[in-house]
Design a protein around this ligand. Structure first.
Ligand SMILES: [Zn+2]
Length: 69
């Protein structure tokens, strides 16, 4: 992901800053609890396509996370 591009991206719902999760390949809006997928290096900024994050995922970096390979 391009860092400059990343800095320009905001959540389409709340216009808040997004957190890039490199491992998951997702952009996280911690305010809405939504994870936007990145497909072929292109962020899919559609709330309909976004995955609802679990409550514990909303906290910054949870090392014990499992599933969703
Ligand atoms: Zn948001």
């Amino acid at each position: 992901m391009d860092k400059q591009l990343l800095a320009m991206l905001v959540c389409p719902l709340c216009k808040g800053k997004l957190k890039y999760d490199r491992d998951a390949g997702e952009l996280h809006c911690l305010y809405d609890g939504l994870a936007y997928p990145i497909q072929d290096d292109i962020p899919v900024m559609l709330p309909d396509e976004a995955r609802k994050m679990d409550a514990d995922e909303k906290l910054p970096t949870s090392p014990g996370r499992t599933g969703e390979a």
